[in-house]
Ligand binder design. Structure first.
Ligand code: PGA
Length: 257
């Protein structure tokens, strides 16, 4: 059975102090021994070590929101995967819609980062998802196909132990609009079948596909109950312990069923 992953994407939010308080609250909630679900926080780069030190020894892991595809060197403003592993960071979010649409990252850019992060031994959370206009014009599956094909080009099946896919419909991110459980399930099923066709039934079955887009305590359980939803990538609601913890608990309860 696939183990739920509940990941918090803090985006460009928190201060050192507020992030530390949030991390402390989460670390005291998630046990270090055999936690039922995998929990991850992805703070902004300047706070990664502070947050990492706080959650180390708990059941909460920490990851980055981006990385660069080159080895350390003359790349002003970028962060190398070697630096992430150096500070004990184990995961990286790649291809987030804000990086695609605000920072104009292409599938080719994302693919370079995916390959570099995998080489570095990081867990990659590859985000894919359609715009509202693309959904309205029935392009959802075509967009997912393009983003999966582009993002995973040249990635060998052997790397899938390190890969998590996050389906994040862009129209549901930070908008309060959530995909209905049926819409989420349909997209997740498409992605799982994509993995089966492009890789293998075993890889499709073992790979976790997270849902992201306005996940909150009151919709988490219904979304996570869908057969092909294996966790959540949470933005806004991951910034408050009193919202993020109930989402983790929803996943814990469902894992016990
Ligand atoms: P949201 O963001 O939960 O605030 O919609 C999700 C994400 O961007 O990962």
């Amino acid at each position: 059975m696939r183990r739920f992953l509940v990941a918090g994407n803090w985006k460009m939010n928190t201060t050192k102090e507020s992030g530390a308080q949030l991390a402390q609250a989460l670390a005291s909630e998630v046990p270090s021994e055999n936690p039922a679900v995998e929990v991850l926080v992805c703070p902004p780069f300047p706070y990664l070590t502070t947050i990492g030190d706080i959650v180390t020894g708990s059941g909460v892991g920490y990851g980055a929101q981006n990385c660069y595809h080159e080895a350390p060197g003359a790349f002003t403003g970028e962060t190398a995967t070697e630096m992430l592993t150096d500070i004990g960071c184990r995961s990286v979010i790649l291809g987030h819609s804000e990086r695609r649409h605000v920072l104009k990252e292409t599938d080719a850019d994302i693919n370079l980062k995916v390959k570099k992060a995998l080489e570095a031994g990081l867990q990659v959370i590859l985000c894919v998802g359609e715009l509202q206009s693309e959904r309205e014009s029935d392009q959802t599956e075509a967009v997912l196909n393009t983003q999966m094909t582009g993002g995973l080009a040249g990635v060998d099946g052997a790397a899938f132990g390190q890969i998590v896919i996050a389906y994040e419909p862009v129209w549901a991110i930070g908008t309060g609009l959530t995909a209905s459980p049926e819409q989420a399930e349909a997209a997740h099923l498409y992605l799982r079948n994509w993995l089966k066709d492009q890789y293998s039934a075993e890889i499709a079955d073992a790979t976790r596909i997270l849902y992201g887009g306005s996940v909150k305590p009151d919709n988490a359980k219904e979304l996570l109950s869908q057969e092909n939803v294996d966790g959540a990538l949470v933005g806004g609601a991951s910034l408050k312990a009193e919202l993020f913890i109930p989402i983790i608990q929803a996943a814990v309860e469902l894992s016990a069923e």
